[in-house]
Design a protein around this ligand. Structure first.
Ligand SMILES: Nc1ncnc2c1ncn2[C@@H]1O[C@H](COP(=O)(O)OP(=O)(O)OP(=O)(O)O)[C@@H](O)[C@H]1O
Length: 237
């Protein structure tokens, strides 16, 4: 089975300091669901940045969607990025756009007509409980509401891979579960999902999700699952 992403002995160093990531090797298989855990500062955000192509590795090889990323000319990267949905830790919503327009953004970029995008965007607003706040700008939304808009924007275009950095850090447990169900639904449609989280309760909610654990920049594979293609997911009630 061809992997969605494959890291081979990847190292990442910021400036001249010690390596933040060391000898990181793994394969992400299509349609699988991964949780990335590890203590604060272990390198989770750094690993996700490599995955969503915000950084290039200092050493090692990365293949993405079957192509060698390190050798790829920069001009081809934006096309690759469009295949990846990202939920940033700091949301990065477009401040002058409403909640509706932020969520609609990936569909507009993909050339979907206004008539065809209204339904899906409204459905997404309903799922995240923000129908009433559809025309609100990000600055007038709470942190948790902004996070929900950021998640809706990341999933609405059904990306091939979804990368989410602490996506439930600002919401209550009920909403966290609801958002996890959204990720699981996207995953069932074929998207490979990678969620970095501190929240160990979330890990227990999805049976069959695979665990990646970072410890001081090194990846461990506690269940041995990173070497195997996915098992079907079961979401607990
Ligand atoms: N742009 C940067 N320049 C220099 N050092 C950085 C940069 N980004 C991260 N680091 C360092 O790399 C290490 C790993 O940071 P990273 O944000 O990847 O960890 P994390 O596991 O996501 O932490 P948290 O759970 O607190 O978000 C930290 O020591 C951090 O200070």
């Amino acid at each position: 089975m061809q992997s969605v992403a494959e890291f081979d002995n990847v190292g990442l160093r910021y400036g001249t300091g010690a390596e933040t990531l060391t000898d990181v090797s793994f394969k992400l298989f299509p349609g699988s669901f991964y949780f990335l855990t590890g203590a604060s500062g272990a390198g989770k955000t750094s690993l996700l940045k490599l995955l969503y192509l915000a950084h290039r590795p200092s050493r090692g090889a990365i293949r993405m969607f079957g192509e060698d990323l390190v050798a790829m000319p920069r001009s081809r990267l934006p096309g690759f990025r469009r295949r990846i949905g990202v939920v940033f830790q700091d949301f990065r919503l477009v401040q002058h756009l409403s909640a509706f327009d932020n969520i609609a953004l990936p569909l507009r970029i993909a050339g979907i007509s206004e008539r065809d995008l209204v339904g899906p965007v409204n459905e997404m607003l309903d799922w995240i409980g923000l129908t009433e706040r559809s025309s609100a700008r990000p600055a007038t939304l709470s942190g948790g509401e902004q996070q929900r808009v950021a998640i809706a924007r990341a999933v609405i275009g059904r990306p091939e891979m979804l990368v989410a950095d602490e996506p439930t850090g600002n919401v209550d447990p009920d909403m966290a579960l609801r958002l996890l169900k959204l990720f699981a639904a996207l995953n069932r449609l074929g998207t490979t999902v990678v969620v970095a989280t501190h929240d160990i309760h979330l890990l227990q909610e999805i049976e069959g999700a695979q665990m990646m654990r970072l410890d001081k920049g090194r990846l461990s594979d506690p269940t041995g699952s990173l070497r195997h293609p996915p098992r079907p997911l079961v979401l607990r009630n």
